[in-house]
Design a protein around this ligand. Sequence first.
Ligand SMILES: [Zn+2]
Length: 361
Amino acid sequence: MHPTSTPPPCPFPDCRPTPSAGSSRRPTVIRHSLLRTQRGPRQRWRCRACGGTFTANHGTPYHRLRSSPARFDRAVNMIVEGMCQAAAARTEGISVSTLRRWTERAAQFAREFHDRTIRNVEPIEIQIDELRGHGRKKDDRLFVFASLVVSPRLWIANTVGRRTRRSCRLILRETRNRCAAVGRRALIVTDPFKFYAPEVRKTWGRTSLHAESGKIIRRNRIVRVNNELVWGTEEQLEEVLERCEDSKQVNTSFVERLNLTMRRSLACLHRRTSSAARDAQTLGQKIDLLQCYYNFVRPHGSLKFGREVRTPAQQAGLVSRRLRLRDIFMAFRPWARVPWIVDEGVRKAWGARDVCPDNNT
Ligand SMILES: [Zn+2]
């Protein structure tokens, strides 16, 4: 049982504490009862203003979970570290359907966390690429589109679907929405898929430079790389490349490296695997979960600074430390404090949550 001497504030959004409820000696939120769980009793609180009852896990994925949060975190962790569902379920001693439910729940929270925290990114170079996965049927092709801000290695957007104009539009729009309005042009590098050029122009317009990097492959070998500037001038390209610390020329190698990480991190994307993604929706959920894990939890091999290995979100200046899955999920408690969020705009997105109303007076 958690040390629960100070009652948390009421989490229900409709609750308007009346002056009489709060001003008396007794706090608005009081101990209610002990909730019996398999892991022992847990304190349940009751709000005297609205009558609602809740526990410390209110609003998080651990709410009403019949296992321990630690087990939930471990199982989710296995999924994003490349273990197949059946193996992860066996290791944790839970059923596959439970694990599926947990993954779905975790993905939903990861998506929301990502939505609120990946904002105001100031990109110099963005690389976009797609990765082919497969569904249950042999010719059921699913593509994962990913966009990466190169210098912090931040994976800012993903789209799962067919390789169509719509997917190109979605990935570019999401990427645009997560970036700050920057004065200088950002370099966007994609492969020569025909729909990128019109969609980049539409979504980014004059705030971007667009280059395509195509590979000519014969017998599984790259024989030539064709780099072409589609939108913008050579001088502008030179100026951007000078500011980039990572690329000396147009390339898509950083996003391709991300693709490899994705392949190795999800069992359904492994090569020659027997596990397959059920459908676009399930794959999308796993990708959302992986994206959050990649940006906030997993230390990135190329972000080593002495002994410290940073995460992409840390490097991008969005959070001040490496997070754990627990930090991410617990941030959803309505009274959670999130001092590790650095970026001003992101803090606003979490609302006034950082300011914990004092309920004891
Ligand atoms: Zn209340």
